[in-house]
Design a protein around this ligand. Structure first.
Ligand code: HSE
Length: 329
C-alpha cells in the first residue's frame, strides 16, 4: 500500500518564449515575444511545501540548482506562498536558449514556471489560482530583480502575455498590448559573446539631455503608431535609440557592421536586443528577414565571431502547455 504520495498525479510541461526588450527606442518600456527559442518547465506539485529544482538541462551547469538562488524556483515559491497554497513544487527546467544573450532567458524560465504553477493550482486548488495571466506579472518581475537587480517588465510582460507589449507605467503597473502587422518578421542574431544585464545596466548614464529625450519619446510614440497603423516606413523611421545604444553597443564587437549589413539587406530597423549582445532587426516579410540574418552573420563571421540566427514572426500566444497529465516516476 502506498502510504504517502509525495507528488500529485498531474505534471505539466510549459513553454515560454524568448523576448526582444527595449525595441530600440523603448528602454525598459517595450518588448515583444518571438516564436523560438524559448524555455520549458516540467512541474509537479508536491505535498511537501517549498520548491525544489530536480534538474536543469541545457545550461551547461551554469545555473544554480539551489532553489533559493534560481529565478524560476524563487518566483514559483513567491506565488505559492502568496496564495497560501498547501502544496510545494518540483521543477525540471529545460534551457533552450543561451544565458546572458539578451533574449530574455531568465524571463522565459520564470514565466514558464509561473504559468505551470498557476495551471496546476487551477486543478488542485482552483479557488487559489490567479484568474488571469496578467496577475502573474508582478511575480515574474521579482524574478528579474533577482536575476539582474532591476524588476523591469519589458521581457516578462511579453513572455507572459504574448505579442508586443508597452509598459506605460511601473507605478501603478500598466501594461498594454500593441497590435502588430501580420507580416512583420524579426531576425535575431546571437553572437557568442556574453553580456550580463546587470553590467549592461550599470554603465548607463543616470541623466539624459533634454534634446535626446525629445528624440527618444518621439520615436517611441512613432513606433507604437507605426505598429498600430501597419505603417512599415514609420516603424523603420522610429527604430532609433540615441540614449542607450551609443553606450551599450561598445560591449558588442562588430555592432556597427552588423547593423549596417542588416539595413543594407532591407531591414526596417535594427538595434540591440534587450541588454545584448544579441542584435535584432525587423523586416516586412520572411524572405527579407532571412536575408538580413545571412548578412548579419557575415558581418560577425568577418570578425571570427560565431553566431546563431533566429527568424520568427511575433509570438502572439505567450506561454503554452506543451504536455499535461505527464506521468512522473
Ligand atoms: N530593459 C532591460 C535592459 C532588458 O535593457 O536592461 C534586459 O533584457
Amino acid at each position: 500500500m502506498k502510504l504517502v504520495d509525495i507528488t500529485l498525479n498531474k505534471s505539466i510541461r510549459v513553454f515560454a518564449p524568448a523576448t526582444v526588450a527595449n525595441v530600440a527606442c523603448g528602454f525598459d518600456i517595450m518588448g515583444f515575444a518571438i516564436e523560438h527559442p524559448g524555455d520549458e518547465v516540467v512541474m509537479t506539485l508536491t505535498n511537501r511545501k517549498g520548491v525544489v529544482i530536480d534538474k536543469i538541462i541545457g545550461d551547461e551547469g551554469k545555473l544554480p540548482l539551489d532553489a533559493e538562488k534560481n529565478t524560476v524556483s524563487v518566483v514559483v515559491k513567491y506565488l505559492l506562498e502568496h496564495v497560501n497554497s498547501q502544496f510545494g513544487a518540483k521543477i525540471t527546467l529545460y534551457k533552450h536558449m543561451p544565458l546572458g544573450s539578451g533574449l530574455g532567458s531568465s524571463a522565459a524560465s520564470a514565466v514558464a514556471g509561473l504559468f505551470a504553477a498557476n495551471e496546476l493550482l487551477s486543478v488542485y486548488e482552483p479557488e487559489k489560482a490567479l484568474k488571469n495571466r496578467e496577475a502573474l506579472l508582478p511575480f515574474a518581475m521579482e524574478g528579474e530583480r533577482l536575476a539582474c537587480g532591476s524588476a523591469h517588465a519589458d521581457n516578462v510582460a511579453p513572455a507572459l502575455m504574448g505579442g508586443f507589449v508597452l509598459v506605460r507605467s511601473y507605478d501603478p503597473l500598466d501594461v498594454i498590448k500593441i497590435p502588430t502587422p501580420e507580416a512583420l518578421r524579426v531576425t535575431v542574431i546571437h553572437p557568442h559573446v556574453e553580456v550580463q544585464t546587470r553590467d549592461a545596466r550599470s554603465i548607463l548614464k543616470k541623466q539624459t539631455p533634454l534634446k535626446d529625450a525629445i528624440i527618444q519619446w518621439g520615436n517611441t510614440a512613432g513606433l507604437v503608431a507605426g505598429l498600430w497603423k501597419c505603417d512599415f516606413d514609420l516603424i523603420g523611421r522610429s527604430m532609433q535609440d540615441v540614449i542607450i545604444e551609443p553606450i551599450r553597443s561598445i560591449l558588442i564587437p562588430g555592432f556597427d557592421a552588423v547593423k549596417a549589413n542588416a539595413m543594407q539587406a532591407g531591414a526596417l530597423g535594427c538595434g540591440i536586443s534587450g541588454s545584448g549582445p544579441s542584435i535584432f532587426a525587423l523586416s516586412q516579410d520572411q524572405e527579407t528577414a532571412e536575408e538580413v540574418g545571412r548578412k548579419m552573420q557575415n558581418a560577425f563571421g568577418a570578425l571570427n565571431i560565431d553566431s546563431e540566427v533566429y527568424v520568427s514572426p511575433i509570438n502572439r500566444q505567450g506561454p503554452r502547455i506543451v504536455d499535461e497529465g505527464l506521468n512522473h516516476e
